[in-house]
Design a protein around this ligand. Sequence first.
Ligand SMILES: *Cc1c(COP(=O)(O)O)cnc(C)c1O
Length: 365
Amino acid sequence: MASPQPLAGLKNIAPYIGGESEITGFDRIVKLASNEGAFGPSPKTLEAINAIGNDFHRYPDGDCNELRELISERNNLPKDNIICSAGSDELISLLCRSYAGPGDEILYSAHGFAMYPIYGRTVGADIVAAPENGITVDVDQLLAHVTEKTRLLFIANPNNPTGTYIPKSEVQRLIDGLSKDVLLVLDSAYAEFVDREDFSNGAEFVTANENVVMLRTFSKIYGMGGLRLGWGYAPDEVIDILNRMRSPFNVAYPAMVAGVAAIQDDEFLKMSQEHNIKWLKWTTDSIRDLGLEVPDSVCNFVIVRFPEDKGTNATAESADVFLKSKGIIVRRLGGYGLPDALRISIGLEDEMKIVVEALAEFVGK
Ligand SMILES: *Cc1c(COP(=O)(O)O)cnc(C)c1O
């Protein structure tokens, strides 16, 4: 019997698997699986959200004028080149739909963010993964994997799930070597956490080039993952296309209201950054002291590796099972080509102490 058929290839897409959020039988669960920011939304954001009350029967401003104005002011970027979105995921999707199709190639870095290949496949493009230098983006490998068919190149800088970054000199080298008809997407979801002199959030490269886009999100340091709010900064032509492609009311009113409050809460941002610097270092050092391998991270998470050649029975899987038995949820990274690693978000002070204590028990220290 005839039946409706989806576009070719859609059935081969493995859907995104988010961090788990529930295990039963615990009074308290320590959830460190989705990098959502240690504190949740800022007090000013909560105030603004609560003030909405029942006032949401009107359609929102489809152009997000107030929020774009604030993003523009705070980042010193032209408002007309800013677009807001239902999470930065929406922009990844819109970019794929706008710039690639069947027969085209979308290039990314081997341990890059999962949504690039997922959205890339939805438009029928071929996904090409360039090998990394260890677990860090390798500019030479990316350039070596560009072909005549490459339309889009995605890198998260710093990258999730590895926590690594490339300095701005390397981003510049990538741009210099890249054909001008390839759109480079710099996904800076974790930019606010990075405490390095040689890092750029990518905005300067958008300003200086016609083929570079920067993506940002309110889901991580602003603790607003549940509201779905992101934004992008792009050259005129790209902004024009994205505005044609997006839904007319792609950002929900509560998300807009929350974003306006969040971006003005400098105190919360600073507090979150300082917290992360302190507990990222503490967590890294403490887990290394247990004899476990923790690569340097500049994000609000670390990965812990359990390489097989260490000759112990400790694997990422057994560690994960052990942590779960203690009510602690972290992230397995098999889907990212890192089956020997767990990713642990930086949470509150007591959460980090609980997870380090549990890992100490796991390795018998
Ligand atoms: C979390 C994350 C996103 C998605 O953020 P949303 O704004 O919640 O859609 C994008 N890129 C990277 C690298 C992320 O880790």
